[in-house]
Unconditional design. Structure first.
Length: 142
């Protein structure tokens, strides 16, 4: 059973086993998750009770927000349902945020594929964006 919840606590960072494709990005720590959750709406996804993903968005200024997400190693079976739910949320946010951004570590192929599935377009590569690692920037503009 797949469950979505808006109740996200910093301690959940310790529950999530990171997806191999996100190994090079900024590590998910309780402190990092606290900052993300404090910056805007967040959600958690559980598959049969196990935490498999965390995500949310950080409003930057009126009309612009940055989506973020950490996928767990066991998120695969939940991805179709998760994708539909995230698309539903994105559609609901379009009026308030006509520009939504998301970033993927440059070599995280699955992350790039998922962002394109969600309707994001590649805008460029940001060199040494986080901890010396290159990221690709995506945006969804309505």
């Amino acid at each position: 059973m797949i469950e979505f919840s808006t109740e996200v606590r910093p301690s959940m960072a310790l529950e999530l086993e990171p997806h191999r494709g996100q190994a090079r990005q900024a590590p998910l720590t309780a402190t990092n998750l606290f900052r993300l959750v404090s910056s805007g709406p967040a959600w958690a996804v559980r598959l049969d009770g196990k935490l498999v993903a965390l995500g949310g968005h950080t409003p930057v200024w009126p009309g612009r927000t940055i989506l973020w997400g950490y996928l767990g190693a066991d998120c695969g079976p939940a991805l179709p349902v998760m994708t539909r739910e995230v698309l539903r949320q994105i559609k609901a946010m379009e009026v308030e945020f006509p520009r939504m951004e998301a970033y993927a570590e440059r070599h995280h192929k699955e992350g790039h594929r998922w962002l394109r599935l969600l309707g994001f377009k590649h805008e460029g590569v940001m060199r040494k964006f986080c901890d010396g690692v290159d990221y690709s920037m995506y945006a969804r503009v309505t």
